[in-house]
Design a protein around this ligand. Structure first.
Ligand code: SAH
Length: 233
């Protein structure tokens, strides 16, 4: 795809730094070859990323690095994910305009903002209260009005708004939380990293078919912060 051409039609004009980052993601993705569940990078994912100003989601110190393809610290020992991983996870969800998505691990709200450009509604849960409050205020200020943020333990999901067409977890758990699988709609997709101890972390894609049966597939080795339990965190 031609990233520059697509972005001219997608609202705010992305900076050169942003354009170059998106081109890098596009070619890195192509270079990886076939990954489970990937059917090529949807140009809408890159358009959504071009329309979200990443520099607004990081602290003043990190602004010079906002369009580098690296994770950045956001305080409280947490990080905003690497843009490549944001693109990959968003693409794996295959978001559609009618979708309602659950995110676990709001962090600074960047991933939620990207998703909000692609779906009808995003519900996002963050366990660290000040991060949840800051992300909620930031998303509102920047006009991402179809994202609701709640402070809580994402292991339990958000049953009030279930079922979800997609679930994305942006921190690594040692197992797949049952509530999240239950709250996934039939035909839905869930993307999450699991921590397999000495084997490291693996990004998983779970697919729930129309009869409610779930299949899990390994996608790519990854490195995320841990998904903590609220009473421990
Ligand atoms: N999606 C985020 C990345 C956040 S890093 C972004 O775009 O910035 C992962 C986040 O998960 C951290 O903010 C961490 O506090 C949060 N987290 C960890 N355990 C959690 C849990 N049990 N429930 C909800 N959030 C959790």
């Amino acid at each position: 795809m031609t990233v520059g051409r697509t972005m001219e039609t997608s609202g705010p004009v992305a900076s050169d730094a942003c354009r170059s980052l998106l081109q890098q993601i596009d070619s890195e993705m192509a270079g990886l070859g076939p990954l489970y569940g990937q059917i090529g990078l949807d140009p809408r994912v890159l358009e959504a990323m071009a329309a979200v100003p990443r520099e607004e989601f990081v602290s003043a110190d990190e602004i010079p690095y906002a369009y580098a393809n690296i994770p950045l610290p956001i305080g409280y020992g947490q990080t905003i994910s690497q843009p490549f991983i944001v693109a990959l996870m968003t693409n794996l969800l295959r978001p559609q305009p009618s979708h309602v998505i659950l995110e676990v691990g709001t962090g600074c709200g960047y991933q939620a903002a990207v998703l909000s450009k692609l779906v009808r509604q995003v519900y996002s849960i963050e366990v660290v209260e000040p991060l949840a409050e800051t992300a909620r205020a930031r998303l509102l200020r920047l006009g991402f009005t179809n994202v609701a943020v709640r402070c809580g333990d994402g292991y339990d999901g958000w049953s009030d708004h279930a079922p979800f067409d997609g679930v994305i977890v942006t921190a690594a758990a040692p197992f797949i939380p049952e509530a999240l699988v239950e709250q996934l709609a039939n035909g839905g997709r869930m993307v999450m990293p699991v921590d397999r101890g000495s084997e490291g972390q693996m990004l998983l894609l779970l697919e729930k078919n129309s009869s409610g049966e779930v299949q899990s597939h390994d996608v790519l080795p990854v490195a995320f912060v841990p998904l903590v339990r609220k009473h421990l965190g």
